[in-house]
Design a protein around this ligand. Structure first.
Ligand code: DQQ
Length: 539
């Protein structure tokens, strides 16, 4: 296969070629981070799914090992689908994954390392007493998959498996004393009507204060829980913040969290099937998520590759306790080259400043904007009450002059702005409150037609009394991942410029609102290439 390099990423996780999807079983073991992921060894579209396997010392440089799981037994002969790792007492990792059986039923299997003293965990054994969980007659065997990391509570291990009952999304709960015999609980841990199949559920505790992460089994007074599902109808990851009621074995979202389509998202762009793990070496919880292509299957075949993993993000509970906050893991900063600063800049309506001496296709940009008042914020139109942020962004783009905003970055821009991916804020007044929109608008990203170019956007729950807003964008050839206001709202876009490639891409900071904006702080770095999966080891 020839791999087309034009839109390949530099520091986002990807194998040398072919199709990838969900991150699977992330863990930290004996000094190494492990990442498994759904992979097609034979092509650039979905199929023939195995668990590919890479290891890293720093979550930045990756070495590809041989595939950890591939169809080899009757209980996974038609595919090794998504799953998780649990580290049992005595530092013993176990993989739980969905196997597709000869009748295309989805069953839950386990696999254990052949040699626990090998920190690379190269070889995995799939014992013959699999499957560990079979769908009973009440369960839809073609929508029953993606077992979570287990948690230990009140003398039992517990897991959930994603599913649906007709149109109701389900998180079936199972318990086990010995990690071998699993019993289905009478009631699911959680379920929501009319949300369709729940893929890749993730359930974990978050600390009520500070940024430290918690082991998945932590319960009690000082924690809340986060429950995430991937809804395959929209292909986005939705989460709620809530309480794990151990006596009823139920998860109850807080009344500040909306369950389902209107709910919070880890990312308001392209980010799916995410999975978190607890990293004991840095006492943090780290989130991985799959960032699919936005071009066509024909493009994937001609590129010879498809899919990347988003940059791993540290995740914790916001001080408001209404949402989580995410930030790229600090190790990413080791790839930064020389810092490029812009002195304090005032940007009047229609002004833009180019950031020079930077590799605009592969960069990390951090900027803080300030403004003298909120007075000029545009009214939030009543007719938008029933549309989401993305709909507002589609009406009020970066070239549509506003009051307080739009201001932000023009990423992956061609010289004459035939192509650019703007990432910007726009502030609206809604009664006596303000609504802050963060938008990552792919509509102008490429001259090519027939690509999916959504105007992704999310609102930012922020107190504007400081009259400041901050933005960090990770730019990497065909991906722009933006963290608004310290990671309260995150948006990832895939884009395919034709002109703004390699050294021909430019970066600008802009304002297109009538209020003058001050660029208080602007730091940007060209990013080095890490070692990125140079080739799979063979058996
Ligand atoms: N991808 C896997 C499934 C999962 C889906 C199959 C989500 O296990 O439900 O490749 O992208």
């Amino acid at each position: 296969v020839k791999v087309n390099p034009v839109h390949r990423t530099g520091y986002h996780f990807q194998p040398p070629m072919n199709w990838i999807n969900d991150p699977n079983g992330p863990m930290y073991y004996k000094g190494l981070y492990h990442l498994f992921y759904q992979y097609n060894p034979n092509g650039a579209t979905w199929g023939n799914i195995v668990w590919a396997h890479s290891v890293s010392k720093d979550l930045v440089n990756w070495q590809a090992l041989k595939h950890a799981l591939y169809p080899s037994k009757w209980f996974d002969i038609n595919g090794c689908w998504s799953g998780s790792v649990t580290i049992l007492p005595g530092n013993k990792p176990v993989i739980l994954y969905t196997g597709i059986d000869p009748n295309d039923r989805e069953i839950q299997n386990y696999a254990v390392p052949k040699n626990l003293s090998d920190p690379y965990l190269r070889d995995w054994i799939k014992p013959d007493d699999n499957p560990m969980v079979d769908p009973d007659s009440n369960v839809n065997a073609s929508a029953f998959r993606d077992p979570t990391t287990a948690w230990w509570v009140d003398g039992h291990w517990k897991i959930v498996v994603g599913s649906r009952r007709h149109h109701r999304g389900m998180a079936y709960l199972y318990r086990s004393r010995d990690f071998k015999t699993w019993i289905k609980a009478k009631h699911p841990l959680h379920s929501v009507p009319r949300t369709g199949n729940w893929e890749c559920p993730d359930f974990f505790p978050v600390s009520l204060s500070g940024q430290n992460g918690l082991d998945t089994s932590v319960v009690g007074q000082n924690v809340k829980h986060v429950f995430k599902v991937s809804l395959d109808i929209t292909r986005y990851d939705y989460y709620t913040v809530g309480t794990y009621d151990r006596t009823r074995d139920k998860y109850i979202p807080d009344n500040t969290s909306v369950d389902g389509w209107a709910g919070l998202r880890f990312d308001y762009g392209n980010f799916y099937a995410s999975k978190s793990f607890f990293d004991p070496s840095k006492s943090r919880r780290v989130l991985w998520g799959w960032v699919n292509e936005s071009d066509t299957a024909a493009d994937d075949n001609s590129k010879g590759w498809a899919g990347i993993q988003g940059v791993p993000r540290k995740i914790w509970l916001d001080s408001s306790k209404r949402q989580v906050v995410q930030w790229p893991v600090e190790e990413l900063e080791t790839l930064r080259r020389k810092k490029i600063e812009l002195g304090i800049q005032k940007l009047k309506k229609g002004e833009k400043v180019e950031v020079k001496r930077i590799t605009a296709t592969q960069a990390d940009v951090e900027v803080t904007f300030s403004f003298p008042s909120l007075e000029k914020a545009e009214p939030f139109d009543h007719k938008w009450a029933n549309i989401d942020a993305q709909g507002v962004c589609a009406e009020k783009g970066s070239t549509d002059q506003g009051g307080l905003g739009p201001f932000g970055l023009l990423t992956l821009a061609s010289k004459e702005l035939e192509e650019f991916t703007p990432v910007f804020f726009r502030v609206f007044k809604a009664g006596n409150r303000h609504k802050v929109l963060l938008c990552s608008d792919a509509r102008s990203s490429s001259l090519r037609e027939g690509l999916y170019k959504p105007s992704f956007a999310g609102f930012v729950d922020v107190d504007l009394s400081t009259k400041r807003l901050s933005l960090r964008s990770l730019i990497d050839h065909s991906v722009v991942s933006s963290f608004g206001e310290g990671g309260k709202t995150v948006i990832t876009s895939r884009v395919y410029p034709t002109l703004a490639v390699f050294h021909k891409a430019h970066l600008f900071v802009f304002n297109n609102g009538s209020e003058t904006i001050t660029v208080e702080k602007f730091n940007a770095w060209s990013m080095k290439n890490p070692i990125m999966n140079r080739g799979f080891e063979t058996a």
